[in-house]
Ligand binder design. Structure first.
Ligand code: FPP
Length: 261
C-alpha cells in the first residue's frame, strides 16, 4: 500500500535514540502485521492501579498503532483483543472490556473514515453483548467502502474453534455432494477461516515477553516471523513498532527452503 513520505517523516520526528526511519526499508514492509496485545493488567498493577486502567491505557496504544500502520503503508493490521478463554476472567473485567470495545469503536469511527480504514472482525460475534454486537455491525457497515488498510479485530476468537468450524463446513459440503474429499485444499481451508481472503500475517508481535501463541491464528502463522517485546501493551508505541519491522527485515525467510537472497 502507498505511504506519504512527508507525513511519515513528520510522524516519526523527532527520532528515538536507537532507531530512525532510515533503519527500515519502506519498500519491503510486511503486508499483514498481527499483534497479541498483552500486559495491560501487569502495566496497571505495577503502577498500583486497577487492571481496568491498563485496558483503558491499552486503547491509546491501539489507536497509535492503527495510525502507525496506516502511515507506514501496511495493508492489514490484526489484533487479538479477546479470546474464547477470556470469558473466564472476573465478570467485572469482561463487562468492562465489552464496554470498552463498543465505546472505543464508536469513538474511533471518524478516524477510520479519515484514514480510509476498513474494519473486519475475527471470531464468533454472536456471543457478544447486544450493544457491543450492534456497534460492531455499525462499524462494519460504516467502513465497508473504505479501500485503505484493513483493521481486523479478533474478539471472542479461538483458533481451534475456528479450524473446527471450517472442518464442519467442509464436511457438510462433502456430505451434500457439493465437494469430494480430494477437492479439499489448503486454500479451501484458509477461505473458511475468519481470515478468509486476507494474506497470512508476515509478522506477529507479542508484547509483555510471553512466548506462546495462546490459541491465536494457529493455521495462519505457519511461516510468520515472531517479534516478542518485553514492553507491556500500554507502553507499545510507534518506535517499538519500527523496532519490530527492523527485526523482521533482518530475518532470512526461507519458508522451509534453503536459499534466500
Ligand atoms: C491483555 O492484557 C489485553 C487484553 C485481554 C485486552 C486487550 C484490550 C485492549 C488493548 C483494549 C483496547 C481494545 C479495543 C479493541 C478497543 P492482560 O489483561 O492479559 O494483561 P496481563 O497479562 O498483564 O494480565
Amino acid at each position: 500500500m502507498q505511504y506519504d513520505e512527508a507525513l511519515l517523516k513528520e510522524y516519526y520526528a523527532p527520532a528515538a535514540d536507537d532507531i530512525t526511519l532510515d533503519d527500515i526499508d519502506l519498500g519491503h514492509m510486511p503486508s499483514h502485521v498481527s499483534i497479541i496485545m498483552d500486559g495491560n493488567g501487569r502495566w496497571a498493577q505495577a503502577r498500583g492501579l486497577d487492571r481496568s486502567q491498563g485496558h483503558v491505557a491499552g486503547v491509546d496504544s491501539l489507536r497509535e498503532t492503527v495510525t502507525t500502520c496506516v502511515r507506514l503503508g501496511i495493508d492489514v493490521l490484526s489484533v487479538y483483543a479477546f479470546s474464547t478463554e477470556n470469558w473466564r476472567r472476573p465478570k467485572r473485567e469482561v463487562d468492562l472490556l465489552m464496554h470498552l470495545f463498543a465505546t472505543t469503536l464508536l469513538k474511533e469511527l471518524p478516524l477510520f473514515s479519515q484514514e480510509n480504514v476498513r474494519l473486519r472482525f475475527l471470531g464468533d460475534l454472536t456471543a457478544l453483548p447486544k450493544k457491543t454486537y450492534d456497534v460492531f455491525q455499525e462499524g462494519l457497515e460504516k467502513t465497508k467502502d473504505h479501500t485503505g488498510m484493513i483493521f481486523a479485530l479478533a474478539v471472542n476468537y479461538g483458533s481451534r474453534a475456528e479450524i473446527t468450524h471450517a472442518c464442519q463446513t467442509l464436511a457438510e459440503r462433502v456430505a451434500s455432494g457439493d465437494l469430494k474429499p480430494s477437492d479439499i485444499t489448503q486454500d479451501l481451508i484458509s477461505n473458511e477461516l475468519y481470515t478468509g481472503g486476507l494474506p497470512d500475517p508476515e509478522l506477529l508481535i507479542r508484547t509483555s515477553g510471553e512466548l506462546r501463541l495462546s490459541n491465536y491464528l494457529l493455521w495462519q502463522l505457519a511461516y510468520t516471523e515472531f517479534y516478542v517485546t518485553e514492553k507491556f501493551w500500554p507502553d507499545f508505541d510507534r518506535w517499538e513498532f519500527l523496532r519490530a519491522i527492523r527485526a523482521f527485515q533482518g530475518r532470512n525467510r526461507r519458508f522451509g527452503g534453503v536459499v534466500n537472497s
